[in-house]
Design a protein around this ligand. Structure first.
Ligand SMILES: [Zn+2]
Length: 130
């Protein structure tokens, strides 16, 4: 580990606090590290620091690689089974299944080509009309 990558005040990195590999404070994590904990950065979550390390594969950038660091306590769980994601998905599906003409939620998605449900396309039906 080289001290040249360590710059917690960001003095030499345009104000971005920079930590050498393995020195980042607990509570900060890269996107990959968040992923391993089942987390991801929240929408609009700010990058608070960066990790910097020497890499022979990164010759074009002077042999240095960096990775954004995020606060763990601001990250959100990944996966389709969070209640928020499930609610969002259900709401989106309800909109796609609801006919804009008769306002009835159908068992299928309304065709974007037809723009309304099958009964509306077929015309008024006295049996359904109340
Ligand atoms: Zn309809």
């Amino acid at each position: 580990m080289s001290a040249r990558h360590l710059d917690p005040t960001g003095e030499r990195h345009g104000g971005m606090p920079t930590w050498a590999w393995g020195t980042a404070p607990a509570g900060l994590a890269t996107r990959d590290q968040l992923r391993r904990r089942g987390l991801r950065p929240a929408r609009g979550q700010q990058v608070v620091a960066q990790l910097e390390w020497a890499s022979s594969k990164a010759r074009r950038s002077g042999g240095i690689r960096t990775s954004n660091l995020y606060r763990l306590d601001e990250a959100v769980p990944v996966g389709p089974f969070t209640p928020g994601r499930a609610r969002g998905l259900a709401a989106a599906m309800r909109v796609r299944r609801t006919c804009p003409t008769c306002r009835t939620e159908q068992a299928y998605c309304i065709s974007t080509r037809l723009g309304e449900c099958a009964s509306c396309v077929a015309g008024p039906n006295p049996e359904v009309d109340r």
